[in-house]
Write a protein that binds this ligand. Structure first.
Ligand code: DXP
Ligand SMILES: NCC(=O)COP(=O)(O)O
Length: 251
């Protein structure tokens, strides 16, 4: 099997989180996106939450206008978000689940239970020329449902695995990583493009990069946090290095 290139999408949400802490114009997520691209990002990801806790509508429009690399617009499947996405015309939309009270995206979309609800969103965005991905749990059921909905891409939620690594629960971490690995292989065999993201740091990005079916990682919170200590460009350089080290182990 020839290993495919692995792209890095840099998520700039949490630049906006810091900006919004003071309500002024900076730090500007668009400036961060431009710097990220200069530093080697293959694309920019931003999540326009329904509560606008970080990225806002103007950020999304400015990102589309300013960046030279693909914009991956993360959003809940709602009528309002669909209208904004169609008007923005990003390269890609990633449909994600959202709860107002959650601290971050806690799990994957309920693709099985919401199959008929999600279908017209995927259909309309696809007709608009937008590449649609579904942010899902690494499970065969979710993948089967994604295929049935005709989504061309899935992003496997790596949060449970990364959390288990973070708290040192090795048994749980290995079980969660096995779920990600199995889902990646299963989805790719069914013709889906496989992405992964949530909670990744250098070590977990290195490991997940060894899964040959994965072609894109979306990483935000860790990179923006690291930027405080080493600068965003250096954090992205180190992340790319980790991804390349992992990729070299792919078979
Ligand atoms: C869907 C997803 O994983 C990202 O959008 C990312 O987690 C950053 O946004 P939140 O931290 O607001 O979930
Ligand atoms: N879809 C995952 C993403 O965009 C970034 O997640 P995180 O690295 O901020 O947890």
């Amino acid at each position: 099997m020839t290993t495919k290139p692995l792209r890095l999408g840099v998520n700039v949400d949490h630049v906006a989180t810091v900006r919004n802490a003071r309500g002024g114009p900076g730090p500007d997520p668009v400036r961060a996106a431009l710097l990220a691209i200069d530093a080697g990002a293959d694309g920019i990801t931003a999540h326009l939450r329904e509560d606008r806790r970080h990225i806002n509508d103007a950020d999304m429009a400015r990102l589309k206008e300013a960046i030279s690399k693909p914009l991956n617009f993360e959003m809940a499947a709602t009528e309002q978000m669909l209208d904004i996405a169609v008007a923005t015309a990003p390269h890609a939309v990633c449909l994600v689940p959202e709860k107002r009270t959650e601290r971050t995206t806690e799990g994957g979309l309920d693709v099985v239970g919401q199959h008929d609800y999600l279908l017209p969103y995927v259909d309309q965005l696809t007709r608009e020329g937008v590449r649609v991905s579904l942010f899902i749990e690494p499970s065969t059921e979710a993948i089967d449902a994604a295929v049935s909905i005709k989504a061309p891409v899935v992003e496997l939620h790596t949060g449970a695995w990364c959390h288990a690594v973070e708290v040192g629960d090795i048994g749980r971490a290995e079980a969660e990583f096995a779920r990600v690995a199995e889902a990646a292989a299963y989805g790719a065999a069914l013709g889906l493009e496989i992405h992964a993201g949530h909670g990744l740091d250098y070590a977990t990005a290195r490991r997940v990069s060894a899964l040959p079916q994965i072609v894109e990682l979306n990483i935000g919170h860790f990179l923006i946090g690291e930027a405080i200590f080493v600068g965003l460009a250096e954090a992205i350089r180190r992340m790319r290095e980790a991804m390349e080290q992992g990729r070299a182990l792919a078979f």
